[in-house]
Design a protein around this ligand. Structure first.
Ligand code: NAP
Length: 278
């Protein structure tokens, strides 16, 4: 059975839109600032998609575009300015930034109260400690999709392939917080398939097209493909995996729309919290 991220995301965005309308009626229109460094075509598309979805949900957007020749200092200054701007409620720095820029330093310039993409160390720590904060959007979207399909991670063996700070690592920690037994795999894992074949819940977050095939999957597993590679191809070989899985996300239309939905939901929540604090 397909896990329809587009439909689940629509429900989240509809609620976010209703909440945004209430806030707007109270004098505050939620605003998401997107920051793009350089002109990588995939990043340009992702940012545009986020702006379009924001507009449809009644969320204002503010866009900052910087050339790929800028320094870390210039990017940090731009993000600091947005962090201090009372009209901006959420900030998204499109990942990845050009290699000469210190991406971690840039992320840390985002005020945690506006970190609606959940990329700062503060947000990561809050998630790890189970304290309030904004979760990393893609892992947050994955957990929401599991909830939509009534997949309870408690007691299940979740295997996460990938350990990046914005995807693999936090999704494993969120599954752990929901009482799954979690195994992380990465590029140095020996005999990867011996782990993936034990997974009740398998999360692919590798960045390699069709890397995981049906032969690597336990019959009846829930398969979440977070990968998004050129040509709209995931990290899972969908056709062979679908023969083994009980539930599987398509690419596109699985994790991607859920990521944007969580981003918008958290932007509205950030605006609400900032209004309450006034
Ligand atoms: P990343 O930072 O490049 O991390 C990739 C991870 O995969 C690393 O932990 C790496 O291990 C591991 N890996 C690489 N080759 C491997 C191999 N042969 N065997 C096992 N593990 C291997 O990528 P990311 O940012 O996490 O993104 C992963 C994928 O998700 C990409 O396709 C990306 O486009 C997609 N993504 C989608 C969304 C969305 O909204 N749908 C959002 C973010 C990312 P090491 O740590 O050992 O290097």
């Amino acid at each position: 059975m397909l896990m329809d991220g587009t439909a689940a995301a629509r429900r989240i965005v509809d609620q976010a839109a209703a909440d945004a309308a209430t806030l707007t009626a109270n004098g505050v229109t939620p605003c998401l600032a997107t920051v793009l460094v350089g002109s990588d075509p995939a990043s340009v598309t992702y940012v545009r998609m986020k702006q379009n979805r924001s507009a449809k949900a009644g969320i204002g957007s503010w866009h900052v575009e910087l050339p790929d020749t800028i320094t870390t200092g210039t990017l940090v200054a731009a993000l600091t300015e947005l962090s201090q701007d009372p009209d901006v409620h959420g900030i998204l720095l499109q990942h990845p930034v050009p290699p000469h820029i210190d991406e971690r330093a840039a992320f840390e310039a985002i005020d945690p109260a506006k970190d609606v993409d959940g990329v700062t160390m503060h947000s990561f720590a809050a998630m790890a400690f189970g304290e309030p904060g904004f979760v990393s959007a893609t892992p947050g979207g994955i957990l929401r999709l599991l909830d939509e399909y009534e997949v309870d991670p408690a007691g299940k063996h979740a295997v996460v392939v990938g350990r990046s700070p914005i995807l693999g690592k936090p999704v494993g920690m969120m599954l752990l917080a929901r009482d799954a037994t979690v195994t992380y795999c990465h590029s140095r894992t020996a005999d990867l398939a011996s782990y993936t074949r034990q997974a009740d819940i398998l999360v692919a977050a590798v960045g390699r097209p069709r890397f995981i095939t049906g032969a690597d999957i336990k019959p009846g597993a829930v398969v979440i493909d977070a990968g998004y590679n050129p040509g709209n191809v995931g990290d899972v070989d969908f056709d062979s995996a679908a023969e083994k899985a009980s539930l599987i996300t398509p690419v596109p239309g699985g994790v991607g729309p859920m990521t944007i939905a969580v981003l918008l939901e958290q932007t509205v929540e950030a605006a609400r919290r900032q209004l309450v604090r006034r």
